[in-house]
Design a protein. Structure first.
Length: 95
């Protein structure tokens, strides 16, 4: 069994989050295609949080494609934790 499938089966999300944080979107996609949740909390936060805080726009789009929900209230409440560039991009998706 490959590493991605094994991680998902065992409920391990560290490599998935590391892929998001390191802009390894091919690996992010591999996890999502194989059943990793785009919405389930991983290491204390939802995957979208890591994508936003690391300005990984590719991962943001992948997470949205695989079911993550982007809520305006969340952006407004958390705006001090995110870069202006990421917030501008995300706000453009909400319009």
């Amino acid at each position: 069994m490959d590493r991605v499938s094994l991680d998902i089966r065992q409920g391990v999300s560290k490599r998935f989050i590391n892929a998001i944080c390191n802009n390894n979107n091919e690996l992010v996609l591999e996890y999502l295609k194989n059943g990793m949740s785009a919405t389930k909390e991983c290491m204390g936060e939802e995957p979208m949080f890591y994508a936003i805080t690391h300005n990984n726009f590719g991962a943001i789009l992948l997470l949205l494609k695989y079911g993550a929900i982007l809520e305006k209230d969340c952006l407004e409440e958390c705006s001090e934790n995110f870069s202006k560039e990421a917030l501008g991009f995300l706000s453009s998706l909400l319009k």
